[in-house]
Design a protein around this ligand. Structure first.
Ligand SMILES: Nc1ncnc2c1ncn2[C@@H]1O[C@H](COP(=O)(O)OP(=O)(O)OP(=O)(O)O)[C@@H](O)[C@H]1O
Ligand SMILES: [Mg+2]
Length: 259
Protein backbone atom coordinates (compact mmCIF):
# COMPACT_ATOMS: atom_id res chain seq x y z
CA UNK A 1 0.00 0.00 0.00
CA UNK A 2 2.66 2.46 1.11
CA UNK A 3 4.76 1.59 -1.87
CA UNK A 4 1.92 2.44 -4.23
CA UNK A 5 1.34 5.82 -2.62
CA UNK A 6 4.98 6.72 -3.05
CA UNK A 7 4.81 5.73 -6.68
CA UNK A 8 1.83 8.01 -7.31
CA UNK A 9 3.55 10.95 -5.65
CA UNK A 10 6.75 10.51 -7.55
CA UNK A 11 5.47 10.13 -11.08
CA UNK A 12 4.22 13.66 -11.87
CA UNK A 13 7.47 15.13 -10.58
CA UNK A 14 9.54 12.94 -12.85
CA UNK A 15 7.34 13.92 -15.81
CA UNK A 16 7.67 17.63 -15.01
CA UNK A 17 11.42 17.40 -15.31
CA UNK A 18 11.90 15.48 -18.49
CA UNK A 19 15.32 16.28 -19.94
CA UNK A 20 15.12 17.27 -23.63
CA UNK A 21 18.78 18.27 -24.08
CA UNK A 22 21.54 16.61 -22.05
CA UNK A 23 25.18 17.51 -22.56
CA UNK A 24 27.87 15.60 -20.67
CA UNK A 25 31.59 16.33 -20.46
CA UNK A 26 31.74 18.16 -23.78
CA UNK A 27 35.24 18.99 -25.03
CA UNK A 28 36.32 20.97 -28.09
CA UNK A 29 39.75 22.31 -28.97
CA UNK A 30 40.42 24.29 -32.13
CA UNK A 31 43.90 24.12 -33.65
CA UNK A 32 46.69 23.09 -31.32
CA UNK A 33 45.67 24.77 -28.09
CA UNK A 34 42.51 26.86 -28.34
CA UNK A 35 40.79 24.77 -25.67
CA UNK A 36 37.27 26.18 -25.92
CA UNK A 37 35.10 23.56 -24.20
CA UNK A 38 36.73 21.59 -21.41
CA UNK A 39 33.95 19.51 -19.90
CA UNK A 40 30.62 21.29 -20.34
CA UNK A 41 27.67 19.66 -18.58
CA UNK A 42 24.16 20.96 -18.99
CA UNK A 43 20.57 19.80 -19.06
CA UNK A 44 17.51 21.56 -20.42
CA UNK A 45 14.15 20.23 -19.31
CA UNK A 46 10.98 20.14 -21.38
CA UNK A 47 9.34 23.54 -21.64
CA UNK A 48 12.28 25.32 -20.06
CA UNK A 49 14.14 28.40 -21.35
CA UNK A 50 17.81 28.16 -20.40
CA UNK A 51 19.96 31.27 -20.83
CA UNK A 52 23.73 30.89 -21.35
CA UNK A 53 25.93 33.81 -20.37
CA UNK A 54 29.66 34.15 -20.85
CA UNK A 55 32.34 36.48 -22.13
CA UNK A 56 32.85 36.87 -25.85
CA UNK A 57 34.81 33.88 -27.15
CA UNK A 58 33.94 31.65 -24.19
CA UNK A 59 32.36 29.00 -26.41
CA UNK A 60 28.64 29.70 -26.18
CA UNK A 61 28.01 29.49 -29.92
CA UNK A 62 30.31 26.46 -30.22
CA UNK A 63 28.24 24.65 -27.57
CA UNK A 64 24.92 25.08 -29.37
CA UNK A 65 26.48 24.36 -32.75
CA UNK A 66 27.57 20.99 -31.33
CA UNK A 67 23.92 20.22 -30.47
CA UNK A 68 22.85 20.42 -34.12
CA UNK A 69 25.98 18.82 -35.55
CA UNK A 70 27.42 22.01 -37.10
CA UNK A 71 30.57 21.46 -35.04
CA UNK A 72 31.86 18.05 -34.03
CA UNK A 73 33.11 17.89 -30.43
CA UNK A 74 36.31 16.02 -29.53
CA UNK A 75 34.76 14.22 -26.59
CA UNK A 76 31.53 14.03 -24.65
CA UNK A 77 27.90 13.07 -25.01
CA UNK A 78 24.92 14.99 -26.37
CA UNK A 79 21.43 13.59 -26.01
CA UNK A 80 18.49 15.29 -27.67
CA UNK A 81 15.00 13.77 -27.27
CA UNK A 82 16.81 10.81 -25.65
CA UNK A 83 18.86 10.14 -28.80
CA UNK A 84 22.61 10.21 -28.64
CA UNK A 85 23.14 12.64 -31.54
CA UNK A 86 26.88 12.07 -31.87
CA UNK A 87 26.33 8.43 -32.80
CA UNK A 88 23.48 8.79 -35.27
CA UNK A 89 23.53 8.11 -38.98
CA UNK A 90 23.14 11.17 -41.20
CA UNK A 91 19.49 10.39 -42.01
CA UNK A 92 18.66 9.89 -38.34
CA UNK A 93 20.41 13.13 -37.41
CA UNK A 94 18.43 14.98 -40.08
CA UNK A 95 15.16 13.76 -38.56
CA UNK A 96 16.18 15.28 -35.24
CA UNK A 97 17.50 18.48 -36.77
CA UNK A 98 14.12 19.28 -38.32
CA UNK A 99 12.73 19.32 -34.77
CA UNK A 100 15.34 21.90 -33.68
CA UNK A 101 15.15 25.53 -34.78
CA UNK A 102 18.35 27.56 -34.84
CA UNK A 103 18.28 31.35 -34.87
CA UNK A 104 21.77 32.30 -35.96
CA UNK A 105 23.81 35.11 -34.48
CA UNK A 106 23.94 36.71 -37.94
CA UNK A 107 20.41 36.78 -39.40
CA UNK A 108 21.35 34.86 -42.56
CA UNK A 109 18.35 35.66 -44.76
CA UNK A 110 18.90 35.16 -48.48
CA UNK A 111 19.39 38.69 -49.84
CA UNK A 112 18.19 37.91 -53.34
CA UNK A 113 14.87 36.46 -52.16
CA UNK A 114 11.81 38.27 -50.85
CA UNK A 115 10.53 37.53 -47.36
CA UNK A 116 7.92 35.17 -48.83
CA UNK A 117 10.57 33.31 -50.86
CA UNK A 118 12.94 33.09 -47.89
CA UNK A 119 10.28 31.38 -45.79
CA UNK A 120 8.86 29.23 -48.59
CA UNK A 121 12.36 28.06 -49.54
CA UNK A 122 12.99 26.79 -46.01
CA UNK A 123 9.65 25.03 -45.93
CA UNK A 124 10.11 23.38 -49.34
CA UNK A 125 13.58 22.20 -48.42
CA UNK A 126 12.37 20.32 -45.35
CA UNK A 127 8.78 19.39 -46.27
CA UNK A 128 8.79 18.42 -49.89
CA UNK A 129 5.20 17.33 -50.37
CA UNK A 130 3.40 20.59 -49.55
CA UNK A 131 1.14 22.26 -52.13
CA UNK A 132 1.62 25.92 -53.14
CA UNK A 133 -1.50 26.86 -51.14
CA UNK A 134 -0.23 25.09 -48.03
CA UNK A 135 3.12 26.83 -48.34
CA UNK A 136 1.50 30.24 -48.73
CA UNK A 137 -0.76 29.73 -45.71
CA UNK A 138 2.13 28.52 -43.52
CA UNK A 139 4.29 31.48 -44.62
CA UNK A 140 1.48 33.86 -43.61
CA UNK A 141 0.97 32.06 -40.29
CA UNK A 142 4.68 32.26 -39.44
CA UNK A 143 4.82 35.97 -40.34
CA UNK A 144 1.69 36.60 -38.27
CA UNK A 145 3.29 34.98 -35.25
CA UNK A 146 6.13 37.54 -35.35
CA UNK A 147 3.73 40.40 -36.18
CA UNK A 148 5.13 41.07 -39.65
CA UNK A 149 2.62 39.82 -42.19
CA UNK A 150 2.84 43.17 -44.02
CA UNK A 151 6.50 42.49 -44.89
CA UNK A 152 5.73 39.45 -47.06
CA UNK A 153 6.72 41.09 -50.37
CA UNK A 154 9.73 43.01 -49.08
CA UNK A 155 13.37 42.22 -49.79
CA UNK A 156 15.69 41.73 -46.77
CA UNK A 157 17.58 44.95 -47.69
CA UNK A 158 14.36 46.93 -47.20
CA UNK A 159 13.98 45.73 -43.60
CA UNK A 160 15.42 47.20 -40.41
CA UNK A 161 17.72 45.06 -38.23
CA UNK A 162 14.87 44.32 -35.83
CA UNK A 163 12.56 43.29 -38.67
CA UNK A 164 15.27 41.03 -40.12
CA UNK A 165 15.59 39.30 -36.73
CA UNK A 166 11.83 38.77 -36.66
CA UNK A 167 11.81 37.35 -40.18
CA UNK A 168 14.72 35.08 -39.17
CA UNK A 169 12.58 33.95 -36.26
CA UNK A 170 9.55 33.41 -38.53
CA UNK A 171 11.75 31.25 -40.75
CA UNK A 172 12.76 29.22 -37.70
CA UNK A 173 9.15 28.90 -36.50
CA UNK A 174 7.76 27.81 -39.86
CA UNK A 175 9.16 24.31 -39.32
CA UNK A 176 7.34 24.12 -35.96
CA UNK A 177 10.42 23.16 -33.95
CA UNK A 178 10.12 21.62 -30.48
CA UNK A 179 13.48 23.09 -29.48
CA UNK A 180 14.71 26.57 -30.43
CA UNK A 181 18.35 27.59 -30.05
CA UNK A 182 18.66 31.38 -30.04
CA UNK A 183 22.15 32.80 -30.60
CA UNK A 184 22.11 36.42 -29.44
CA UNK A 185 18.59 37.22 -30.64
CA UNK A 186 18.70 40.88 -29.57
CA UNK A 187 22.27 41.89 -30.43
CA UNK A 188 22.55 45.11 -32.42
CA UNK A 189 19.02 46.24 -31.63
CA UNK A 190 17.89 49.25 -29.59
CA UNK A 191 16.47 48.71 -26.09
CA UNK A 192 12.82 48.84 -27.13
CA UNK A 193 13.23 46.55 -30.15
CA UNK A 194 15.29 44.16 -27.99
CA UNK A 195 12.48 44.04 -25.50
CA UNK A 196 9.98 43.27 -28.26
CA UNK A 197 12.12 40.33 -29.41
CA UNK A 198 12.51 39.07 -25.81
CA UNK A 199 8.74 39.25 -25.35
CA UNK A 200 8.30 37.36 -28.59
CA UNK A 201 10.60 34.61 -27.27
CA UNK A 202 8.47 34.38 -24.15
CA UNK A 203 5.27 34.37 -26.20
CA UNK A 204 6.59 31.54 -28.40
CA UNK A 205 7.49 29.49 -25.33
CA UNK A 206 3.99 29.84 -23.91
CA UNK A 207 2.04 29.38 -27.13
CA UNK A 208 4.12 26.61 -28.68
CA UNK A 209 5.44 24.91 -25.53
CA UNK A 210 8.95 24.96 -26.95
CA UNK A 211 12.16 24.23 -25.06
CA UNK A 212 14.95 26.74 -25.65
CA UNK A 213 18.53 27.72 -25.12
CA UNK A 214 19.07 31.47 -25.39
CA UNK A 215 22.59 32.86 -25.66
CA UNK A 216 22.67 36.52 -24.83
CA UNK A 217 24.70 39.45 -23.52
CA UNK A 218 21.45 41.37 -23.02
CA UNK A 219 20.60 41.10 -19.34
CA UNK A 220 17.09 42.48 -19.84
CA UNK A 221 16.50 39.60 -22.27
CA UNK A 222 17.96 37.14 -19.76
CA UNK A 223 15.78 38.49 -16.97
CA UNK A 224 12.61 38.26 -19.01
CA UNK A 225 13.16 34.89 -20.66
CA UNK A 226 15.30 32.74 -18.35
CA UNK A 227 13.85 30.00 -16.21
CA UNK A 228 17.45 29.21 -15.36
CA UNK A 229 20.84 30.71 -16.25
CA UNK A 230 24.20 29.05 -16.77
CA UNK A 231 27.46 30.96 -16.97
CA UNK A 232 30.28 29.59 -19.11
CA UNK A 233 33.86 30.32 -18.08
CA UNK A 234 37.18 28.66 -18.89
CA UNK A 235 35.44 25.94 -20.87
CA UNK A 236 33.06 24.77 -18.14
CA UNK A 237 29.76 25.83 -16.56
CA UNK A 238 31.04 28.07 -13.81
CA UNK A 239 27.71 29.02 -12.20
CA UNK A 240 24.06 28.08 -12.44
CA UNK A 241 20.85 29.46 -10.96
CA UNK A 242 17.88 31.71 -11.52
CA UNK A 243 18.40 35.37 -12.43
CA UNK A 244 17.60 36.38 -8.87
CA UNK A 245 20.04 33.83 -7.41
CA UNK A 246 22.96 34.71 -9.67
CA UNK A 247 22.40 38.45 -9.27
CA UNK A 248 23.25 37.92 -5.60
CA UNK A 249 26.03 35.40 -6.22
CA UNK A 250 28.96 35.40 -3.83
CA UNK A 251 31.21 35.23 -6.86
CA UNK A 252 32.07 38.78 -7.87
CA UNK A 253 32.81 37.76 -11.46
CA UNK A 254 29.33 36.23 -11.82
CA UNK A 255 27.73 39.29 -10.22
CA UNK A 256 29.52 41.57 -12.68
CA UNK A 257 27.19 40.35 -15.48
CA UNK A 258 24.24 41.75 -13.60
CA UNK A 259 25.59 45.27 -12.99
N1 LIG B 1 34.76 26.87 -36.73
C1 LIG B 1 35.74 27.31 -35.93
N2 LIG B 1 37.02 27.10 -36.23
C2 LIG B 1 38.01 27.52 -35.42
N3 LIG B 1 37.81 28.17 -34.26
C3 LIG B 1 36.54 28.42 -33.91
C4 LIG B 1 35.43 28.01 -34.72
N4 LIG B 1 34.29 28.38 -34.12
C5 LIG B 1 34.66 29.01 -32.99
N5 LIG B 1 36.00 29.04 -32.84
C6 LIG B 1 36.74 29.60 -31.71
O1 LIG B 1 36.14 29.14 -30.50
C7 LIG B 1 36.12 30.17 -29.53
C8 LIG B 1 34.71 30.34 -29.00
O2 LIG B 1 33.90 30.84 -30.04
P1 LIG B 1 32.34 31.08 -29.86
O3 LIG B 1 31.87 31.58 -31.18
O4 LIG B 1 31.68 29.90 -29.30
O5 LIG B 1 32.32 32.26 -28.77
P2 LIG B 1 31.05 32.92 -28.11
O6 LIG B 1 31.07 32.59 -26.65
O7 LIG B 1 29.84 32.56 -28.87
O8 LIG B 1 31.41 34.47 -28.28
P3 LIG B 1 30.48 35.73 -28.71
O9 LIG B 1 29.80 36.16 -27.44
O10 LIG B 1 31.47 36.75 -29.18
O11 LIG B 1 29.56 35.30 -29.78
C9 LIG B 1 36.74 31.39 -30.18
O12 LIG B 1 38.09 31.45 -29.79
C10 LIG B 1 36.61 31.12 -31.65
O13 LIG B 1 37.64 31.74 -32.37
MG1 LIG C 1 28.60 33.56 -30.16
Amino acid sequence: MIKEEKHIEKEPKAKDKKAIIEIKDLHKTFGKNNKVLQGVNLTVNKGEDLVILGRSGSGKSVTIKCIVGLIEPDKGEIKVFDENVLHLKKSELNEIRVRIGFLFQSGALYDSMSVRENLAFTLRKHKRDLSAEEIESQVIEALDSVGLSEAIDKMPSELSGGMQKRIGLARTLILKPEIILYDEPTTGLDTITSREISELILDIKHKRKTTSIIITHDMACAKLTADRIMVLKDGVIHAEGTYEELEKSEDEWVRSFFQ
